[in-house]
Design a protein around this ligand. Structure first.
Ligand code: NAD
Length: 260
C-alpha cells in the first residue's frame, strides 16, 4: 500500500519540473491528483496520463485559485495535500540596481501572493476535515544571500518561508501541518532556462554544492510525498531543506579532502 493511499493532492505548477515529478510520485503512492497550471501548459495531457483532474489556473488570480480548490473538493470530496509550488524566475529579475518595479511585482505576484491565495483558499476545507498538509515551495535562497542576485525572487521566497512558519504555528491545533520545501538548484526547465540565458551565472551555483550536482526533480518529489503523508505527522512549520548540503557548506570538498 502506498503512503498516500486515499489522499487527494492539489499541485500548482504541476505540469512541469518539481510539480510534475510530484504528481507522478503522488499517484504512485496511491493518491488522486489535481494539476493546477496555466491553460497553455500540458497539464491536461498529464492529468489524463495520471487519471487525475486538470484545472487551468493562473495562480495570481484569486478567483481562479478559489476555483481550483473548489473543483478539487467537488470532484474528489476532500483535499488532504496542497502543494503550492508554481513559481517563476525571469531574466528581468536581477540585481536590485537593474530590476524595475514591473519585474519585481511580477515575481512577487507569481511566487508569493499566489501562495497566500492558495493557503487562504484551501485552509477552510482542511479545517472542516480537521486534517491536512500544506507544502509551500520556497528555496534555499530564503536562507542565504547570493552575489548572483535575483532580488525579487529571493525576497518572494523569504516571504513564503515566513508565511509558512506562521501558518504552521497557527493551524497546528487544527490538525493542519504547513511546511516550506526549500530546494537547492534542481534540474528543471526553470534552471535550464537560466543556464541557457546566462551559463556563467548558473554554473557558479554548482561549485557550492557538496554533492557536486544539481538535484533531480524526483528527489524533491520524494520529500513532498513524505511531507504530505502521515509519516511526517510531527513535522510542521519547518524549512525542509533538500539541497545536497548547499546551505550548510563553508567550502565544498575536493577529492583530495576525502578521508578513506
Ligand atoms: P518549472 O518552470 O519547471 O515549473 C513551474 C510550473 O509553474 C510550470 O508548469 C509553469 O507553467 C507553472 N506556472 C508558472 N506561472 C504560473 C502561474 N501564474 N499560474 C499557474 N502556474 C504557473 O519550475 P520548477 O523548477 O519545477 O519550479 C517549481 C518551484 O520550485 C518554483 O516555485 C521554483 O521557484 C522553486 N524552486 C526551483 C528551483 C530550481 O532550481 N529549479 C530551486 C528552488 C526552488
Amino acid at each position: 500500500m502506498g503512503k498516500l493511499e486515499g489522499k487527494v493532492g492539489v499541485i500548482t505548477g504541476g505540469a512541469s519540473g518539481i510539480g510534475l515529478a510530484t504528481a507522478r510520485k503522488f499517484v504512485a503512492e496511491g493518491a488522486k491528483v489535481v494539476i493546477g497550471d496555466l491553460p497553455q501548459s500540458n497539464g491536461q495531457a498529464i492529468a489524463d496520463e495520471l487519471g487525475g483532474l486538470f484545472v487551468a489556473v493562473d495562480v495570481t488570480n484569486k478567483d481562479q485559485v478559489e476555483n481550483l480548490f473548489a473543483q478539487a473538493k467537488a470532484t474528489y470530496g476532500r483535499i488532504d495535500i496542497a502543494f503550492n509550488n508554481a513559481g517563476i524566475s525571469p531574466a528581468s529579475d536581477d540585481s536590485i540596481l537593474k530590476t524595475d518595479i514591473e519585474a519585481w511585482n511580477l515575481v512577487q505576484n507569481v511566487n508569493l501572493t499566489s501562495v497566500y491565495y492558495c493557503c487562504k483558499a484551501v485552509l477552510p476545507y482542511m479545517m472542516e476535515q480537521g486534517s491536512g498538509s500544506i507544502i509551500n515551495t520556497a528555496s534555499f535562497v530564503a536562507l542565504m544571500g547570493a552575489a548572483t542576485s535575483q532580488i525579487s525572487y529571493t525576497a518572494s521566497k523569504g516571504g513564503v518561508l515566513a508565511m509558512t512558519r506562521e501558518l504552521g504555528v497557527q493551524f497546528a491545533g487544527k490538525g493542519i501541518r504547513v511546511n516550506a520545501l526549500c530546494p537547492g538548484p534542481v534540474n528543471t526547465p526553470l534552471l535550464q532556462e537560466l543556464f541557457a540565458k546566462d551559463p556563467e551565472r548558473a554554473a557558479r551555483r554548482l561549485v557550492h554544492i557538496p554533492m557536486g550536482r544539481f538535484a533531480e526533480p524526483e528527489e524533491l518529489a520524494n520529500a513532498v510525498a513524505f511531507l504530505g503523508s502521515d509519516e511526517s505527522s510531527f513535522i510542521t512549520a519547518t524549512e525542509f531543506l533538500v539541497d545536497g548540503g548547499l546551505s550548510h557548506a563553508y567550502v565544498t570538498p575536493l577529492e583530495s579532502d576525502w578521508i578513506d
